[in-house]
Write a protein that binds this ligand. Structure first.
Ligand code: AMP
Length: 214
């Protein structure tokens, strides 16, 4: 089994990069999306996660580590995973290290998406998502074909509660405090591949592929 990690602040384009990399055979695992699925299904995990997520703070480490353990335990040796939004804390990174060691997973790269705060605030302010299937749009950069409706299933698009401007700032603060230190953690392992993600998505994708080919 192989894995790469997408590391970067909220709104830096992890989801968009992941979407295009799935065309290259990667299996996209977004812990945020897994948690939103649990909320939609009304599970115990979903109930515990919902209010924390709405405030822009992290859910407990053991909750996301458990979800990642389940993914790896159900995987086959030929699979290649792309982790988006995990790990986000030092403890998660250490637990992940233990897991990949036990399960023989080869972590080949950590793509670091660099993006200025102003671009992030614009992206998240205009982001709209489908409450049914999770598809992501932007009011001006990636509009749906019919205004306000999902291209996939026609559901009415909504703004994520945690994309409200005051919550975005809280998420950026949490990222700076808890997740940014992981850059050093993975730099020491020689895995960090920095990419400028403020560029148009096609260029970001091309640069990510270049970094992965190094
Ligand atoms: P995302 O979709 O990646 O922006 O994640 C949305 C929210 O889910 C975050 O603001 C957190 O509340 C929660 N979340 C997602 N991944 C993690 C994680 N690895 N650790 C803790 N909380 C997470």
């Amino acid at each position: 089994m192989k894995a790469i990690i997408l590391l970067g602040p909220p709104g830096s384009g992890k989801g968009s990069v992941a979407e295009v990399l799935t065309d290259d055979g990667y299996i996209h695992i977004s812990t945020g999306e897994l948690l939103r699925q649990q909320i939609r299904q009304g599970t115990e995990i979903g109930k515990k996660a919902a209010s924390l997520m709405d405030q822009g703070v992290f859910v407990p480490d053991e909750m996301v580590v458990g979800m990642i353990r389940d993914v790896l335990e159900n995987a086959t040796p030929d699979q290649c995973f792309l982790f988006d939004g995990f790990p986000r804390t030092r403890i998660q990174a250490e637990k992940f290290d233990e897991l990949i060691h036990q399960m023989n997973v080869d972590l080949t790269a950590v793509i670091l998406l660099n993006c200025p705060d102003q671009v992030i605030v614009d992206r998240l302010g205009g982001r709209r998502t489908c409450p049914t299937c999770g598809a992501v749009y932007h009011l001006t950069h990636v509009p749906p074909q019919k205004e306000g409706l999902c291209d996939q299933d026609g559901a009415t698009l909504v703004a994520r509660p945690d994309d409200a401007p005051e919550t975005v700032q809280a998420r950026l603060d949490v990222y700076a405090k808890q997740t940014e230190p992981l850059i050093g953690f993975y730099q020491e392992k020689g895995l960090i591949r920095p990419v400028n993600s403020a560029l148009p998505i096609d260029e970001v994708r091309a640069n990510v592929l270049l970094e992965l080919a190094k």
